[in-house]
Design a protein around this ligand. Structure first.
Ligand SMILES: CC/C=C\C/C=C\C/C=C\C/C=C\C/C=C\C/C=C\CCC(=O)N[C@@H](Cc1ccccc1)C(=O)O
Ligand SMILES: [Zn+2]
Ligand SMILES: [Zn+2]
Length: 482
Protein backbone atom coordinates (compact mmCIF):
# COMPACT_ATOMS: atom_id res chain seq x y z
CA UNK A 1 0.00 0.00 0.00
CA UNK A 2 1.40 3.31 -1.01
CA UNK A 3 1.62 5.84 1.81
CA UNK A 4 0.57 9.42 1.10
CA UNK A 5 2.12 10.77 -2.04
CA UNK A 6 3.93 14.04 -1.80
CA UNK A 7 6.47 15.98 0.09
CA UNK A 8 7.98 15.91 3.49
CA UNK A 9 8.81 19.10 5.35
CA UNK A 10 11.63 19.25 7.85
CA UNK A 11 9.45 20.46 10.68
CA UNK A 12 12.33 21.21 12.98
CA UNK A 13 13.83 23.71 10.58
CA UNK A 14 10.61 25.45 9.72
CA UNK A 15 9.17 28.62 11.18
CA UNK A 16 5.67 28.15 12.58
CA UNK A 17 3.04 28.54 9.88
CA UNK A 18 1.05 31.71 9.67
CA UNK A 19 -2.62 30.69 9.76
CA UNK A 20 -4.61 31.64 6.66
CA UNK A 21 -7.28 33.56 8.49
CA UNK A 22 -8.08 37.13 7.65
CA UNK A 23 -9.88 39.83 9.62
CA UNK A 24 -13.19 41.28 8.46
CA UNK A 25 -11.35 44.49 7.59
CA UNK A 26 -8.79 42.60 5.49
CA UNK A 27 -11.52 40.65 3.71
CA UNK A 28 -13.29 43.86 2.73
CA UNK A 29 -10.02 45.45 1.62
CA UNK A 30 -9.14 42.45 -0.58
CA UNK A 31 -12.42 42.41 -2.48
CA UNK A 32 -12.33 46.19 -2.93
CA UNK A 33 -8.79 45.87 -4.30
CA UNK A 34 -10.00 43.35 -6.91
CA UNK A 35 -12.89 45.62 -7.91
CA UNK A 36 -10.44 48.50 -8.41
CA UNK A 37 -8.28 46.29 -10.65
CA UNK A 38 -11.29 45.32 -12.79
CA UNK A 39 -12.16 49.01 -13.26
CA UNK A 40 -8.89 49.67 -15.12
CA UNK A 41 -9.58 48.65 -18.75
CA UNK A 42 -6.27 46.99 -19.60
CA UNK A 43 -7.59 45.67 -22.91
CA UNK A 44 -5.38 44.04 -25.53
CA UNK A 45 -7.06 44.41 -28.94
CA UNK A 46 -4.14 43.15 -31.05
CA UNK A 47 -0.34 42.89 -30.61
CA UNK A 48 -0.07 46.51 -31.74
CA UNK A 49 -3.18 47.83 -30.02
CA UNK A 50 -2.92 47.72 -26.25
CA UNK A 51 -4.48 50.24 -23.88
CA UNK A 52 -1.13 51.55 -22.69
CA UNK A 53 -2.74 54.30 -20.59
CA UNK A 54 -4.61 51.66 -18.62
CA UNK A 55 -1.52 49.44 -18.36
CA UNK A 56 0.47 52.35 -16.89
CA UNK A 57 -2.39 53.16 -14.50
CA UNK A 58 -2.43 49.52 -13.42
CA UNK A 59 1.25 49.77 -12.45
CA UNK A 60 0.43 52.76 -10.23
CA UNK A 61 -2.57 50.95 -8.80
CA UNK A 62 -0.68 47.90 -7.54
CA UNK A 63 1.92 50.19 -5.93
CA UNK A 64 -0.88 51.93 -4.05
CA UNK A 65 -2.81 48.82 -3.01
CA UNK A 66 0.14 46.64 -2.01
CA UNK A 67 2.57 49.07 -0.34
CA UNK A 68 4.38 46.43 1.72
CA UNK A 69 5.22 44.37 -1.37
CA UNK A 70 6.90 47.45 -2.85
CA UNK A 71 8.72 48.46 0.33
CA UNK A 72 10.20 45.21 1.57
CA UNK A 73 13.98 45.00 1.59
CA UNK A 74 14.15 41.42 0.26
CA UNK A 75 11.80 42.11 -2.67
CA UNK A 76 13.11 43.57 -5.90
CA UNK A 77 10.60 45.05 -8.32
CA UNK A 78 11.34 45.68 -12.00
CA UNK A 79 9.23 46.89 -14.90
CA UNK A 80 9.93 44.86 -18.05
CA UNK A 81 8.79 45.71 -21.59
CA UNK A 82 7.33 48.99 -20.28
CA UNK A 83 4.25 47.50 -18.59
CA UNK A 84 5.03 44.01 -17.29
CA UNK A 85 6.21 43.49 -13.72
CA UNK A 86 8.79 41.15 -12.26
CA UNK A 87 9.14 40.68 -8.50
CA UNK A 88 12.09 38.77 -7.06
CA UNK A 89 11.39 37.64 -3.52
CA UNK A 90 14.65 36.57 -1.99
CA UNK A 91 14.37 33.66 0.42
CA UNK A 92 16.62 33.04 3.41
CA UNK A 93 17.92 29.69 2.07
CA UNK A 94 19.90 30.12 -1.17
CA UNK A 95 20.26 26.35 -1.54
CA UNK A 96 16.57 26.00 -2.39
CA UNK A 97 15.73 26.34 -6.09
CA UNK A 98 13.30 29.20 -6.75
CA UNK A 99 9.90 28.92 -8.40
CA UNK A 100 7.67 31.43 -10.16
CA UNK A 101 4.02 32.48 -10.01
CA UNK A 102 2.53 33.93 -13.19
CA UNK A 103 -0.51 36.01 -14.01
CA UNK A 104 -1.41 38.57 -16.64
CA UNK A 105 -2.63 42.15 -16.50
CA UNK A 106 -4.31 42.43 -19.88
CA UNK A 107 -7.83 41.31 -20.72
CA UNK A 108 -9.74 40.68 -23.93
CA UNK A 109 -12.19 43.35 -25.12
CA UNK A 110 -15.67 43.41 -23.60
CA UNK A 111 -18.37 45.38 -25.41
CA UNK A 112 -21.23 46.27 -22.98
CA UNK A 113 -23.81 44.32 -24.98
CA UNK A 114 -25.26 41.34 -23.13
CA UNK A 115 -23.69 42.10 -19.75
CA UNK A 116 -25.91 42.49 -16.66
CA UNK A 117 -23.52 45.19 -15.42
CA UNK A 118 -20.91 47.17 -17.38
CA UNK A 119 -17.84 44.91 -17.86
CA UNK A 120 -15.39 47.38 -16.38
CA UNK A 121 -17.55 48.45 -13.43
CA UNK A 122 -16.30 45.81 -10.97
CA UNK A 123 -19.77 45.92 -9.44
CA UNK A 124 -20.78 43.46 -6.71
CA UNK A 125 -24.16 41.76 -7.14
CA UNK A 126 -25.51 38.88 -5.03
CA UNK A 127 -22.09 38.01 -3.67
CA UNK A 128 -20.33 38.13 -7.06
CA UNK A 129 -17.84 40.64 -8.42
CA UNK A 130 -18.57 41.17 -12.11
CA UNK A 131 -16.24 42.23 -14.84
CA UNK A 132 -13.75 41.39 -17.54
CA UNK A 133 -10.75 39.80 -15.87
CA UNK A 134 -12.51 38.42 -12.78
CA UNK A 135 -11.62 34.87 -13.94
CA UNK A 136 -9.06 35.67 -16.65
CA UNK A 137 -6.83 36.70 -15.00
CA UNK A 138 -6.89 39.65 -12.61
CA UNK A 139 -8.21 37.28 -9.94
CA UNK A 140 -4.88 35.42 -9.98
CA UNK A 141 -2.80 38.56 -10.28
CA UNK A 142 -4.49 40.35 -7.40
CA UNK A 143 -4.66 37.20 -5.25
CA UNK A 144 -0.91 36.61 -5.63
CA UNK A 145 0.01 40.16 -4.61
CA UNK A 146 -2.69 40.23 -1.93
CA UNK A 147 -1.48 36.98 -0.35
CA UNK A 148 2.10 38.22 -0.37
CA UNK A 149 1.08 41.56 1.16
CA UNK A 150 -0.83 39.75 3.93
CA UNK A 151 2.11 37.42 4.62
CA UNK A 152 4.56 40.30 4.74
CA UNK A 153 2.55 42.32 7.23
CA UNK A 154 2.66 39.25 9.44
CA UNK A 155 6.46 39.33 9.21
CA UNK A 156 6.79 36.35 6.87
CA UNK A 157 10.22 35.72 5.41
CA UNK A 158 10.33 32.91 2.84
CA UNK A 159 13.02 30.24 2.93
CA UNK A 160 12.72 29.50 -0.76
CA UNK A 161 13.14 32.39 -3.19
CA UNK A 162 10.40 32.94 -5.72
CA UNK A 163 9.47 35.22 -8.58
CA UNK A 164 6.18 36.80 -9.53
CA UNK A 165 5.84 37.65 -13.23
CA UNK A 166 2.89 39.73 -14.38
CA UNK A 167 2.70 39.91 -18.18
CA UNK A 168 0.92 42.77 -19.94
CA UNK A 169 0.25 41.19 -23.37
CA UNK A 170 -0.71 37.55 -22.71
CA UNK A 171 -3.94 37.83 -24.69
CA UNK A 172 -1.98 38.81 -27.80
CA UNK A 173 1.03 36.44 -27.53
CA UNK A 174 3.15 37.54 -24.55
CA UNK A 175 6.04 38.57 -26.75
CA UNK A 176 6.74 41.89 -25.06
CA UNK A 177 5.92 40.76 -21.53
CA UNK A 178 6.48 37.11 -20.60
CA UNK A 179 9.03 36.51 -23.34
CA UNK A 180 11.16 39.46 -22.21
CA UNK A 181 10.94 38.48 -18.55
CA UNK A 182 12.00 34.97 -19.47
CA UNK A 183 14.97 36.27 -21.50
CA UNK A 184 15.99 38.56 -18.64
CA UNK A 185 16.00 35.68 -16.13
CA UNK A 186 17.84 33.42 -18.55
CA UNK A 187 20.53 36.08 -18.96
CA UNK A 188 20.84 36.11 -15.16
CA UNK A 189 21.37 32.34 -15.15
CA UNK A 190 18.14 31.60 -13.29
CA UNK A 191 16.75 28.06 -13.37
CA UNK A 192 13.35 27.48 -11.80
CA UNK A 193 12.04 24.45 -9.92
CA UNK A 194 8.63 25.08 -11.53
CA UNK A 195 6.18 27.76 -12.63
CA UNK A 196 2.46 28.04 -11.89
CA UNK A 197 0.17 29.89 -14.29
CA UNK A 198 -3.51 30.10 -15.23
CA UNK A 199 -5.05 27.49 -17.52
CA UNK A 200 -7.12 25.06 -15.50
CA UNK A 201 -9.56 24.98 -12.60
CA UNK A 202 -11.48 22.82 -10.19
CA UNK A 203 -13.90 21.46 -12.76
CA UNK A 204 -17.49 21.07 -11.70
CA UNK A 205 -20.15 19.55 -13.94
CA UNK A 206 -18.12 19.09 -17.13
CA UNK A 207 -18.15 15.31 -17.32
CA UNK A 208 -21.51 13.54 -17.68
CA UNK A 209 -22.43 11.45 -14.58
CA UNK A 210 -19.53 12.79 -12.56
CA UNK A 211 -21.25 14.55 -9.69
CA UNK A 212 -18.19 15.59 -7.72
CA UNK A 213 -15.79 18.33 -8.79
CA UNK A 214 -12.14 17.47 -9.38
CA UNK A 215 -9.02 19.58 -9.67
CA UNK A 216 -7.31 19.44 -13.05
CA UNK A 217 -3.73 20.67 -13.03
CA UNK A 218 -2.67 21.11 -16.63
CA UNK A 219 0.77 19.65 -17.26
CA UNK A 220 0.79 20.43 -20.97
CA UNK A 221 -0.76 22.89 -23.35
CA UNK A 222 -1.95 22.48 -26.91
CA UNK A 223 0.10 23.90 -29.75
CA UNK A 224 -1.41 26.36 -32.22
CA UNK A 225 -1.37 27.47 -35.84
CA UNK A 226 -2.92 30.59 -37.28
CA UNK A 227 -3.29 29.74 -40.92
CA UNK A 228 -4.34 32.17 -43.66
CA UNK A 229 -5.94 30.58 -46.69
CA UNK A 230 -6.09 32.67 -49.82
CA UNK A 231 -7.69 32.23 -53.23
CA UNK A 232 -6.93 34.60 -56.11
CA UNK A 233 -9.15 34.73 -59.22
CA UNK A 234 -9.46 37.09 -62.14
CA UNK A 235 -11.92 39.89 -61.31
CA UNK A 236 -14.71 40.75 -63.71
CA UNK A 237 -18.29 41.91 -64.19
CA UNK A 238 -20.81 40.17 -61.93
CA UNK A 239 -23.36 40.05 -64.77
CA UNK A 240 -21.37 37.24 -66.41
CA UNK A 241 -19.99 35.24 -63.48
CA UNK A 242 -17.47 32.42 -63.92
CA UNK A 243 -18.42 28.92 -62.84
CA UNK A 244 -16.38 29.37 -59.64
CA UNK A 245 -15.32 32.48 -57.73
CA UNK A 246 -12.60 32.99 -55.12
CA UNK A 247 -15.36 33.14 -52.50
CA UNK A 248 -16.93 29.86 -53.59
CA UNK A 249 -13.61 28.01 -53.78
CA UNK A 250 -12.49 29.27 -50.38
CA UNK A 251 -15.87 28.65 -48.77
CA UNK A 252 -15.80 25.05 -49.97
CA UNK A 253 -12.24 24.62 -48.67
CA UNK A 254 -12.98 25.96 -45.18
CA UNK A 255 -16.21 23.99 -45.07
CA UNK A 256 -14.23 20.79 -45.75
CA UNK A 257 -11.91 21.71 -42.89
CA UNK A 258 -14.84 22.30 -40.58
CA UNK A 259 -16.61 19.10 -41.59
CA UNK A 260 -13.55 16.84 -41.42
CA UNK A 261 -12.38 16.46 -37.84
CA UNK A 262 -8.68 15.83 -37.28
CA UNK A 263 -7.96 12.29 -36.00
CA UNK A 264 -8.99 11.34 -32.49
CA UNK A 265 -5.69 10.99 -30.59
CA UNK A 266 -7.09 9.62 -27.32
CA UNK A 267 -4.74 7.01 -25.99
CA UNK A 268 -2.03 7.84 -23.55
CA UNK A 269 -0.82 10.99 -21.83
CA UNK A 270 -2.43 13.19 -19.17
CA UNK A 271 -6.05 12.62 -20.24
CA UNK A 272 -5.79 8.85 -19.89
CA UNK A 273 -4.11 9.24 -16.50
CA UNK A 274 -6.86 11.62 -15.39
CA UNK A 275 -9.68 9.30 -16.47
CA UNK A 276 -8.03 6.38 -14.68
CA UNK A 277 -7.76 8.46 -11.51
CA UNK A 278 -11.39 9.55 -11.84
CA UNK A 279 -12.74 6.08 -12.62
CA UNK A 280 -14.00 5.26 -9.14
CA UNK A 281 -15.75 8.62 -8.80
CA UNK A 282 -18.20 7.57 -11.52
CA UNK A 283 -21.25 5.38 -10.92
CA UNK A 284 -21.66 1.94 -12.48
CA UNK A 285 -21.06 1.14 -15.33
CA UNK A 286 -18.78 4.10 -16.19
CA UNK A 287 -16.43 3.12 -13.35
CA UNK A 288 -15.95 -0.33 -14.90
CA UNK A 289 -15.37 1.17 -18.35
CA UNK A 290 -12.77 3.67 -17.10
CA UNK A 291 -11.02 1.06 -14.99
CA UNK A 292 -10.58 -1.04 -18.13
CA UNK A 293 -9.40 1.40 -20.75
CA UNK A 294 -7.28 -1.34 -22.31
CA UNK A 295 -10.61 -2.80 -23.44
CA UNK A 296 -12.93 0.19 -23.69
CA UNK A 297 -10.55 2.73 -25.22
CA UNK A 298 -12.47 2.95 -28.55
CA UNK A 299 -15.75 3.52 -26.70
CA UNK A 300 -14.31 6.17 -24.38
CA UNK A 301 -12.57 7.99 -27.21
CA UNK A 302 -15.89 8.21 -29.08
CA UNK A 303 -17.73 9.44 -25.98
CA UNK A 304 -15.08 12.09 -25.39
CA UNK A 305 -15.56 13.58 -28.85
CA UNK A 306 -19.30 14.04 -28.37
CA UNK A 307 -18.94 16.82 -25.82
CA UNK A 308 -17.74 20.31 -26.81
CA UNK A 309 -15.29 20.60 -23.90
CA UNK A 310 -13.93 17.06 -23.96
CA UNK A 311 -13.63 16.97 -27.78
CA UNK A 312 -10.67 19.45 -27.75
CA UNK A 313 -8.96 17.14 -25.25
CA UNK A 314 -8.80 14.28 -27.76
CA UNK A 315 -7.98 16.01 -31.02
CA UNK A 316 -6.54 18.98 -32.84
CA UNK A 317 -9.36 21.46 -33.45
CA UNK A 318 -9.80 23.84 -36.36
CA UNK A 319 -11.83 27.02 -35.77
CA UNK A 320 -12.75 29.25 -38.69
CA UNK A 321 -12.31 32.67 -37.13
CA UNK A 322 -12.05 35.22 -39.97
CA UNK A 323 -13.30 35.45 -43.55
CA UNK A 324 -12.85 38.38 -45.90
CA UNK A 325 -13.70 38.81 -49.57
CA UNK A 326 -15.34 41.16 -52.00
CA UNK A 327 -14.83 44.80 -52.87
CA UNK A 328 -18.14 45.77 -54.46
CA UNK A 329 -21.59 44.27 -55.03
CA UNK A 330 -21.13 43.92 -58.78
CA UNK A 331 -17.45 42.94 -58.99
CA UNK A 332 -16.28 39.34 -59.11
CA UNK A 333 -13.90 39.30 -56.12
CA UNK A 334 -10.21 39.09 -57.02
CA UNK A 335 -9.25 37.59 -53.68
CA UNK A 336 -10.82 35.78 -50.75
CA UNK A 337 -9.04 34.97 -47.52
CA UNK A 338 -9.85 33.13 -44.31
CA UNK A 339 -8.07 32.56 -41.01
CA UNK A 340 -8.19 29.14 -39.36
CA UNK A 341 -7.10 28.84 -35.75
CA UNK A 342 -5.83 25.31 -35.04
CA UNK A 343 -5.17 24.02 -31.51
CA UNK A 344 -2.80 21.10 -31.77
CA UNK A 345 -3.18 17.95 -29.69
CA UNK A 346 0.01 17.08 -27.73
CA UNK A 347 0.47 13.93 -29.82
CA UNK A 348 0.80 15.93 -33.07
CA UNK A 349 3.09 18.61 -34.49
CA UNK A 350 2.64 21.76 -36.56
CA UNK A 351 4.02 19.99 -39.66
CA UNK A 352 1.68 17.01 -39.26
CA UNK A 353 -1.37 19.23 -38.88
CA UNK A 354 -0.44 21.35 -41.91
CA UNK A 355 -0.07 18.19 -43.99
CA UNK A 356 -3.48 16.92 -42.82
CA UNK A 357 -5.06 20.32 -43.57
CA UNK A 358 -3.59 20.35 -47.10
CA UNK A 359 -4.94 16.87 -47.72
CA UNK A 360 -8.40 17.88 -46.50
CA UNK A 361 -8.50 21.07 -48.60
CA UNK A 362 -7.09 19.15 -51.59
CA UNK A 363 -7.24 22.15 -53.93
CA UNK A 364 -4.07 23.75 -55.30
CA UNK A 365 -5.87 27.02 -55.94
CA UNK A 366 -6.01 27.54 -52.17
CA UNK A 367 -2.74 29.03 -50.94
CA UNK A 368 -1.52 28.28 -47.42
CA UNK A 369 0.22 31.02 -45.38
CA UNK A 370 1.26 30.18 -41.83
CA UNK A 371 0.96 33.39 -39.80
CA UNK A 372 2.33 31.89 -36.59
CA UNK A 373 2.65 28.44 -35.17
CA UNK A 374 4.11 26.51 -32.27
CA UNK A 375 4.16 22.87 -31.28
CA UNK A 376 2.34 21.54 -28.20
CA UNK A 377 4.20 22.10 -24.95
CA UNK A 378 6.11 19.19 -23.38
CA UNK A 379 4.40 17.26 -20.60
CA UNK A 380 5.60 18.37 -17.17
CA UNK A 381 6.11 15.71 -14.53
CA UNK A 382 3.23 14.86 -12.20
CA UNK A 383 4.84 11.99 -10.29
CA UNK A 384 5.61 11.84 -6.57
CA UNK A 385 8.93 13.60 -7.10
CA UNK A 386 7.51 16.55 -9.03
CA UNK A 387 7.81 19.42 -6.56
CA UNK A 388 5.46 21.89 -8.27
CA UNK A 389 2.73 19.32 -8.88
CA UNK A 390 2.96 17.95 -5.35
CA UNK A 391 2.89 21.41 -3.76
CA UNK A 392 -0.26 22.19 -5.74
CA UNK A 393 -1.77 18.88 -4.66
CA UNK A 394 -0.92 19.42 -1.04
CA UNK A 395 -2.40 22.92 -1.05
CA UNK A 396 -5.54 21.80 -2.92
CA UNK A 397 -6.09 19.07 -0.33
CA UNK A 398 -5.72 21.57 2.49
CA UNK A 399 -7.82 24.42 1.07
CA UNK A 400 -10.43 22.28 -0.72
CA UNK A 401 -10.73 19.16 1.50
CA UNK A 402 -13.97 18.24 -0.30
CA UNK A 403 -12.07 17.72 -3.59
CA UNK A 404 -11.04 14.05 -3.75
CA UNK A 405 -9.13 13.98 -7.01
CA UNK A 406 -6.26 16.07 -8.33
CA UNK A 407 -5.54 14.92 -11.88
CA UNK A 408 -3.18 16.01 -14.65
CA UNK A 409 -4.63 17.53 -17.81
CA UNK A 410 -3.89 19.43 -20.99
CA UNK A 411 -4.72 23.10 -21.28
CA UNK A 412 -6.85 23.67 -24.37
CA UNK A 413 -5.91 27.35 -24.59
CA UNK A 414 -2.48 28.96 -24.52
CA UNK A 415 -0.83 30.79 -21.68
CA UNK A 416 2.20 32.95 -20.96
CA UNK A 417 3.82 29.94 -19.28
CA UNK A 418 4.94 28.63 -22.69
CA UNK A 419 7.58 31.37 -22.72
CA UNK A 420 9.31 29.86 -19.67
CA UNK A 421 10.31 26.54 -21.22
CA UNK A 422 13.94 27.65 -21.17
CA UNK A 423 13.90 28.03 -17.38
CA UNK A 424 12.14 24.89 -16.16
CA UNK A 425 10.67 21.51 -17.06
CA UNK A 426 7.87 21.92 -14.52
CA UNK A 427 5.08 24.10 -15.93
CA UNK A 428 1.72 23.81 -14.15
CA UNK A 429 -1.45 25.61 -15.06
CA UNK A 430 -4.02 25.83 -12.31
CA UNK A 431 -6.38 28.43 -10.90
CA UNK A 432 -7.71 27.50 -7.43
CA UNK A 433 -11.28 28.37 -8.37
CA UNK A 434 -14.37 26.23 -9.06
CA UNK A 435 -15.43 26.38 -12.70
CA UNK A 436 -18.84 25.31 -14.01
CA UNK A 437 -19.68 25.11 -17.73
CA UNK A 438 -21.54 28.43 -17.49
CA UNK A 439 -18.58 30.24 -15.98
CA UNK A 440 -16.33 28.61 -18.61
CA UNK A 441 -18.45 30.32 -21.29
CA UNK A 442 -18.06 33.66 -19.51
CA UNK A 443 -14.27 33.60 -20.01
CA UNK A 444 -13.79 35.83 -23.10
CA UNK A 445 -17.64 35.93 -23.11
CA UNK A 446 -20.27 37.88 -21.20
CA UNK A 447 -20.97 38.26 -17.47
CA UNK A 448 -17.54 37.03 -16.36
CA UNK A 449 -17.71 37.02 -12.57
CA UNK A 450 -16.19 35.56 -9.41
CA UNK A 451 -17.88 35.13 -6.06
CA UNK A 452 -16.38 37.10 -3.19
CA UNK A 453 -16.00 33.81 -1.35
CA UNK A 454 -14.13 32.19 -4.27
CA UNK A 455 -11.76 35.14 -4.46
CA UNK A 456 -11.06 35.02 -0.72
CA UNK A 457 -10.36 31.29 -1.09
CA UNK A 458 -7.96 32.02 -3.94
CA UNK A 459 -6.04 34.44 -1.70
CA UNK A 460 -6.02 31.81 1.06
CA UNK A 461 -4.73 29.21 -1.42
CA UNK A 462 -1.77 31.35 -2.45
CA UNK A 463 -1.12 32.36 1.16
CA UNK A 464 -0.77 28.66 1.99
CA UNK A 465 0.99 27.72 -1.25
CA UNK A 466 3.79 30.23 -0.66
CA UNK A 467 4.34 28.83 2.81
CA UNK A 468 4.22 25.25 1.49
CA UNK A 469 6.89 26.28 -1.00
CA UNK A 470 9.32 26.46 1.90
CA UNK A 471 9.14 22.67 2.15
CA UNK A 472 12.38 20.86 1.48
CA UNK A 473 12.69 19.01 -1.81
CA UNK A 474 12.51 15.64 -0.26
CA UNK A 475 10.05 13.36 -1.99
CA UNK A 476 8.34 10.85 0.25
CA UNK A 477 9.23 7.34 -0.89
CA UNK A 478 6.49 4.79 -1.46
CA UNK A 479 6.27 2.49 1.52
CA UNK A 480 4.95 -0.92 0.71
CA UNK A 481 3.35 -3.04 3.39
CA UNK A 482 4.37 -6.65 3.20
C1 LIG B 1 -10.39 14.22 -17.50
C2 LIG B 1 -10.47 15.57 -17.97
C3 LIG B 1 -11.42 15.64 -19.06
C4 LIG B 1 -12.04 16.64 -19.40
C5 LIG B 1 -11.93 17.95 -18.78
C6 LIG B 1 -13.22 18.55 -18.95
C7 LIG B 1 -13.42 19.76 -19.24
C8 LIG B 1 -12.43 20.84 -19.48
C9 LIG B 1 -13.17 22.09 -19.25
C10 LIG B 1 -12.69 23.25 -19.26
C11 LIG B 1 -11.29 23.55 -19.54
C12 LIG B 1 -10.71 24.16 -18.35
C13 LIG B 1 -10.01 25.23 -18.38
C14 LIG B 1 -9.66 25.97 -19.61
C15 LIG B 1 -10.08 27.38 -19.44
C16 LIG B 1 -9.57 28.36 -20.08
C17 LIG B 1 -8.46 28.22 -21.03
C18 LIG B 1 -7.20 28.51 -20.31
C19 LIG B 1 -6.36 29.43 -20.61
C20 LIG B 1 -6.51 30.19 -21.82
C21 LIG B 1 -5.77 31.52 -21.76
C22 LIG B 1 -6.14 32.23 -23.02
O1 LIG B 1 -7.26 32.66 -23.16
N1 LIG B 1 -5.21 32.34 -23.97
C23 LIG B 1 -5.53 32.90 -25.26
C24 LIG B 1 -4.49 33.85 -25.74
C25 LIG B 1 -3.27 33.30 -26.32
C26 LIG B 1 -3.21 32.94 -27.64
C27 LIG B 1 -2.04 32.46 -28.18
C28 LIG B 1 -0.93 32.36 -27.37
C29 LIG B 1 -0.99 32.74 -26.03
C30 LIG B 1 -2.18 33.20 -25.51
C31 LIG B 1 -5.80 31.77 -26.23
O2 LIG B 1 -5.49 30.60 -25.96
O3 LIG B 1 -6.34 32.09 -27.30
ZN1 LIG C 1 -5.71 34.40 -19.35
ZN1 LIG D 1 -7.78 34.95 -21.91
Amino acid sequence: VSRSKGLRGTESQREPRIPSQFSQEQRIAMKEALKGAIQIPTVSFSPKELNTTALAEFGEYIRKVFPTVFHTSFIRHEVVGNYSHLFTIKGSDPSMQPYMLLAHIDVVPAPDKGWDVPPFSGLERDGFIYGRGTLDNKNSLMAILQALELLLIRNYIPRRSFFIALGHDEEVSGINGAQKISALLQARGVQLAFVVDEGSFILDGFLPNLKKPFAMVSVSEKGAINLRLQVNMTPGHSSAPPKETSIGILAAAVSRLEQTPMPNMFGSGPLRMALEQLANEFPFPTNIVLNNLWLFRPLVSRLMERNYVTNPMVRTTAALTMFNAGIKENVIPPVAEAIINFRIHPAQTVQEVLKLAKDIVADDRVQFHVLDAFDPLPISPSDDQALGYQLLRQTIQSVFPEVNIVAPGTCIGNTDSRHYLNLTTGIYRFNPVYLQPQSFSSIHGINEKISVEAYETQVKFIFEFIQNGDTDVEPVPHLHEL
